[in-house]
Design a protein around this ligand. Structure first.
Ligand code: SF4
Length: 286
């Protein structure tokens, strides 16, 4: 659904979409959350979305500050509750485009139950989930996504919990659009965010993002280039992963251990909550 217009520069997007009085941002040097904001703006611009008909909702955490930077209606809500607020907004105003910014701690830890049920209902929401493997703003504690063996303020001897794969969870629950990308590849996230917004039904785009302050400095990833190198070495495209699982040698399959799949996990059509709700209302009114 491209507008056919020449893409605007980052500076033009910043003027067109952001609240100038909010700058400079709160983000630390080397934080990847700003990349996610940029990619979202490019996606919005490619769709030609009317910001007066778009609402941004977020919970608590560094990435949840993003809703405040965009010059549109938004809600900065309580910890883990962004999807509950977003579901209410969409149920009351189904014609609005509702986009949620959340983190791995906010969206999959504190708000994990809301995530399950929003996907199950298949509400027409787009979730941009920023995964930096930690609770960044609240002190660098281990999150549900913290990799095996990683150090955090609550795992000083290394994390012994199995990390949650949010995209596999969303795929299993039938979310119509599910994708995961690291921030070091701009084109794919921009395309996925645009596809997620265009998709009728629940869309989850998980972004792998460096947090040099809370996670990186404890795990040898304080330098931005090290983080980006980690993404290059520790991620495998979904198709390649599934081919190795099916046809790869034992050594190739073993080499997948601890790595993360990236790419589009799911892209399908499924009746939405809004469709079912409209049908129910029509039936009850007869
Ligand atoms: Fe980014 Fe981490 Fe700093 Fe938060 S604490 S702004 S996630 S680098």
């Amino acid at each position: 659904m491209a507008t056919g217009l020449k893409p605007r520069t980052a500076a033009e997007l910043r003027t067109a979409y952001l609240r100038q009085e909010m700058f400079p941002t709160i983000f630390c040097d080397g934080c990847g959350i700003g990349n996610v904001l940029n990619y979202t703006l490019w996606a919005l611009d490619s769709l030609g979305l009317d910001l007066d008909r778009t609402v941004f909702v977020s919970g608590i955490g560094c990435s949840s500050r993003l809703s405040g930077y965009i010059n549109a209606d938004g809600m900065h809500t309580t910890h883990g509750r962004a999807l509950a607020f977003a579901s209410g907004i969409k149920a009351a105003n189904p014609e609005l485009t509702v986009i949620i910014f959340t983190g791995d701690g906010d969206g999959a830890g504190i708000g994990g139950n809301h995530l399950l049920h929003a996907i199950r209902r298949n509400m027409d929401l787009t979730v941009i989930l920023v995964n930096n493997f930690t609770y960044g703003m609240t002190g660098g504690q281990a999150a549900p996504t913290t990799p095996d063996g990683s150090f955090s303020t609550t795992t000083p001897y290394g994390n012994i919990e199995h990390p949650l794969d949010i995209c596999e969870l969303a795929r299993a629950l039938g979310a119509p659009y599910v994708a995961r990308w690291p921030v070091n590849v701009p084109a794919q996230p921009i395309s996925s965010i645009a596809q997620g917004i265009s998709k009728r039904g629940f869309a989850l785009i998980e972004m792998l993002v460096p947090c040099p302050t809370a996670y990186g400095r404890r795990n040898g990833l304080k330098e931005l280039e090290r983080s980006w190198q980690w993404y290059r070495e520790q991620t495998v495209l979904v198709d390649e992963w599934e081919w190795i699982e099916q046809f790869g040698s034992p050594e190739e399959r073993a080499a997948l251990g601890g790595k993360l799949k990236i790419g589009v996990f799911q892209d399908l059509e499924r009746e939405t909550f809004e469709d079912r709700w409209a049908r129910l209302v029509a039936r009850v009114r007869l």
